[in-house]
Design a protein around this ligand. Structure first.
Ligand code: ATP
Length: 215
């Protein structure tokens, strides 16, 4: 077991490479009544038009980060940090604490038996501190060929684009090394759900133990 959160809610960090099946898994957990915190959704929300975080980014990088509509020019910012690695570090120093704080607010508001915190870069972006909010890490693992096929089918993204994203993600071996639980998602969706069921039972038990644990 990893570090405990103050509210003693079991937090399961859910991660995996692009197209591995994180959303398919979190949808299933949601169907069981489990609250899902989605780091991707939060990451978009913290830089909403008029947000403190967007103002900080503007102050750091300049007015060009804001488009005519007052929103963050995501394409311009993405292109900038792609060619300026130090700018990515500066950007993340602004966004990561905001993402973590927003995740903590959602966690505190959760009423389900346990919580699933889904984050594609849960392990990679350890400085964001999201992994520290989790007592358990669940990795959805698939072969690279399956990732390419499923992500390509879903978004009609080119193989080159998916590969470029995969390069910035951990290798399967490295990611799995950080996992408490690994699910292999090579078969169909029914097989995925069959594997999630016993894990859900385990998490319910762990959540009870955590709730009644003496500090
Ligand atoms: P990303 O990180 O890109 O958001 P993800 O890890 O959330 O991806 P999903 O969106 O859940 O991955 O899955 C990618 C695609 O593969 C989706 O279209 C999903 O329906 C499909 N998929 C996931 N698991 C399976 C499976 N076991 N069998 C068939 N299709 C699957």
């Amino acid at each position: 077991m990893r570090q405990q959160t103050k509210n003693k809610t079991l937090v399961v960090g859910l991660t995996g490479g692009i197209g591995s099946g994180k959303t398919a898994a979190s949808d299933w957990f949601a169907e069981q009544g489990i609250d899902i915190i989605d780091a991707d959704v939060i990451a978009h929300k913290v830089v909403d038009k008029g947000s403190i975080t967007l103002r900080k980014i503007q102050k750091k990088f300049g007015d060009w980060v804001i488009n005519a509509g007052g929103e963050m020019d995501r394409a311009a910012v993405r292109a900038h940090v792609f060619t300026h690695p130090e700018a990515l570090i500066e950007l993340e120093a602004i966004t990561h604490p905001a993402i973590r704080e927003a995740a903590k607010v959602q966690l505190a508001a959760s009423t389900s038996a346990y919580v699933v915190l889904s984050a594609p870069l849960l392990i990679e972006a350890s400085e964001a501190g999201l992994a520290n909010l989790c007592q358990r890490i669940l990795v959805i693992d698939v072969h690279e060929d399956t990732q390419l096929m499923r992500a390509g089918l879903r978004d009609e993204q080119s193989t080159a684009k998916i590969r470029a994203i995969m390069v910035n993600q951990l290798s399967r071996e490295e990611r799995n090394r950080h996992a408490d639980d690994v699910i292999t998602n090579e078969d169909d969706l029914a097989a995925l759900r069959l594997q999630l069921q016993p894990l859900h039972q385990t998490y319910l038990t762990l959540a009870q133990q955590l709730k009644y644990a003496v500090d």
